[in-house]
Design a protein around this ligand. Structure first.
Ligand code: PBG
Length: 329
């Protein structure tokens, strides 16, 4: 049987590695990657996290060394998360000028690295109940009280040297609250990366083990978004832009490729996506079992996130990917 399929042959450009390289539409570069760093009190500490192979909690001194290693690999930025000495109902340690995140920013600043420093601005790692803000009498998170605490935290992070603050509590008005507090404190140049679209996701599981932030009761569905909702995510983004966001962050990534693409088409801000702990852990676990090629799967996942429209990807594999890209050159 002969079928006339015409002259169009897409395989022509797939024939050799050189042709495939030439027509590749999406290229990763280490400078678009941001590595999360977990920091905890102590000296000389590197404490591995069980559910995230290769990821660790660092003391400030070792965290700064790790930041230097990432800068050396050409990674674009780091985002800091802190495990404080003590937790309380208000998450007081989050805004302490001698807090663990603040101390690490100061040490990194001393090194003068060619790296963007980002602070995750939230309270759940610092509250004894594990929610993202102080509680109201009925047990829900008090939005206005949370805004005050988040604003104080962002100012303290900026004072310690954060280039960007990234509010992740999903409180209404958090971007506006941070912008006005930062400006009033003289940090008009500190940028805001809004966790604009943040679903209440099962994929944050390993992260909560890493920072011990599983809520003591209830869950985060009263403030994080229903993963079923996409139009609502776009409303969150509209609002965050109106409130003064400089960059938009979408999280998780692989379950929200539609939102990354929609955001890219609709807005002209830089779009970032967070490949969260569960996305990383799935690939790492399957790779450990030999069920898939971890390196290829990770590169494919992050490339897909970039193809969807993210110009910045936060990933626990940032150092690995930067190394692989160097090898592949
Ligand atoms: C803080 C915060 C979380 C993550 C980033 N910032 C945890 C949460 O909301 O429960 C998750 C990151 C990850 O899973 O890698 N609110």
């Amino acid at each position: 049987m002969t079928v006339d399929i015409g002259a169009t042959r897409l395989r022509r450009l797939r024939r050799t590695p050189a042709l495939r390289n030439l027509v590749r539409e999406t290229r990763l570069d280490p400078s678009m990657l941001v590595a999360p760093l977990f920091v905890r009190p102590g000296r000389g500490v590197r404490e591995p996290i069980g559910s995230m192979p290769g990821v660790a909690r660092w003391s400030a001194d070792r965290g700064a060394d790790e930041a230097a290693r990432l800068a050396d690999l050409g990674v674009g930025g780091i985002i800091l998360f802190g495990l404080p000495d003590s937790k309380d109902a208000l998450g007081s340690e989050a805004s302490a000028d001698d807090g663990i995140v603040q101390e690490t920013f100061r040490r990194i600043r001393e090194l003068d690295l060619p790296l963007v420093t980002i602070a995750d601005t939230c309270l759940c790692e610092y509250t004894d109940h594990g929610h993202c803000g102080p509680l109201a009498a009925d047990g829900s998170v008090d939005n206005e009280a949370a805004l005050e605490r988040l604003a104080a935290t962002a100012v303290s992070q900026a004072r310690a040297g954060a280039d960007i603050v990234a509010p992740s509590a999903m409180m209404d008005g958090q971007v506006a609250a941070l912008r006005s507090a930062l400006d009033a404190a003289g940090f008009g140049q500190t940028a805001i990366m809004a966790y604009a679209s943040k679903h209440a996701s099962a994929f944050y599981g390993p992260f909560r083990e890493a920072v011990d932030s599983t809520p003591a009761f209830g869950d985060r569905r009263g403030y994080q978004m229903d993963p079923a909702n996409g139009r609502e995510a776009l409303r969150e983004m509209d609002l965050d832009i109106a409130e003064g966001a400089d960059l938009l962050l979408i999280k998780p990534a692989i379950t929200a490729l539609d939102l990354i693409a929609a955001a890219r088409a609709r807005f002209n801000l830089p779009i970032a996506a967070y490949q969260v702990s569960g996305e990383f852990a799935m690939l790492a676990a399957a790779s450990e079992r030999g069920w898939l090629d971890g390196r290829r799967a990770m590169l494919e996942a992050v490339t897909a996130i970039a193809r969807a429209g993210a110009g910045i990807v936060i990933t626990y594999a940032a150092a690995d990917i930067a190394g692989w890209l160097r090898e592949d050159r």
